[in-house]
Design a protein around this ligand. Structure first.
Ligand code: FES
Length: 293
């Protein structure tokens, strides 16, 4: 109980450590310059094509290699297995870090502070393993083992911080998962058609669920309003045409969704918005969400 409280307080201090922003800001500028140069590659790094972030999966390669290396370090006659595993861990940490930094650049400040320490811990871990590899090649097995264990410890701390970032702070998770559970099945009355502005995003509510409603003549599109990335208000976003499809862009981090079906057109969001079936009955808008309830 006391340990839990101490850990929670430590994490809150990291979240509130504004001093970390002095490091984050120039790093953010550099990362955004890179991600802005190639939106298609950036969407790949976010995980848009697979529907959720790829960073956690990519981390398995270096983490698995490093853990295996430190375990085999205490097994006799493993030949070149340990150096090969360490080299594999170092090499695969590069794309994993690239995906992590792409995601990190589109988070809230509290999340970015934790993410910065997470990245620093993992970077330190990789540096320890690199030093361990060098010590090994120079014929210093004891130093190599100790440096490997130091690397494993640093990566363990980084893993804990990554878990905090995802499970406690909600970075990378789907922020609209609850919508189908809150919307009653079947058709639901929303508002009078005359209450909807023409050609502009509007906010309506279906019980506790905010809806983005866009009316363009007889065409009415309805999506869940909270952005799947980090709950940004889509009704405050902007409409645009992308490849012939009308889309809404989130005002917070620029995720872009097709109005017709909620599909992600541009990350950092990786999960599509819920798209509602629409009908008009006696001058009133009614909506239905497939798979609701
Ligand atoms: S909340 Fe981040 S893009 Fe919408």
């Amino acid at each position: 109980m006391r340990l839990t409280t101490t850990i929670e307080r430590s994490m809150e201090k990291v979240e509130d450590a504004g001093v970390l922003d002095k490091v984050s800001q120039p790093l953010l500028t550099a990362v955004r310059r890179l991600t802005g140069a190639s939106p298609a590659v950036t969407d790949l790094l976010h995980g848009v094509p697979v529907g959720h972030p790829v960073h956690p999966a990519m981390v398995l390669l270096p983490a698995g290699a490093f853990i295996s290396a430190s375990t085999l370090d205490f097994v006799p006659r493993t030949g070149s297995a340990v150096p090969v595993l360490i080299a594999t861990g170092i090499a695969t940490s590069v794309p994993a870090a690239a995906a992590g930094f792409a995601d990190w650049s589109e988070l809230h400040p509290q999340q970015q502070r934790v993410g910065l320490v997470h990245a620093a811990s993992n970077g330190l871990g990789v540096a320890f393993y690199a030093a361990s590899l060098v010590a090994r090649l120079r014929g210093r097995p004891v130093s190599a083992r100790v440096l490997g264990l130091a690397g494993l410890s640093a990566i363990g701390v980084g893993g804990y911080l990554g878990g905090h970032l995802a499970y406690r702070q909600g970075a990378g998770v789907n922020h609209v998962e609850d919508v189908p559970h809150l919307v009653p099945p079947g058709w639901n009355d929303v508002c009078a058609i005359d209450d909807l502005p023409e050609g502009r995003p509007a906010l309506q509510h279906l019980g506790d669920v905010p809806l983005l409603v866009v009316r363009r003549g007889k065409q009415i599109d309805v999506l869940s309003d909270r952005c799947s990335h980090l709950s940004g208000p889509l009704h405050e976003g902007t409409l645009s045409e992308v490849d012939g499809a009308t889309c809404v862009t989130c005002p917070w981090h620029g995720s872009t969704f097709a109005l017709a079906d909620g599909k992600v057109v541009r990350g950092p969001a990786t999960v599509k918005q819920h798209s509602f079936d629409v009908r008009v009955e006696a001058g009133r808008l009614q909506v239905r969400l497939p798979h609701a309830g």
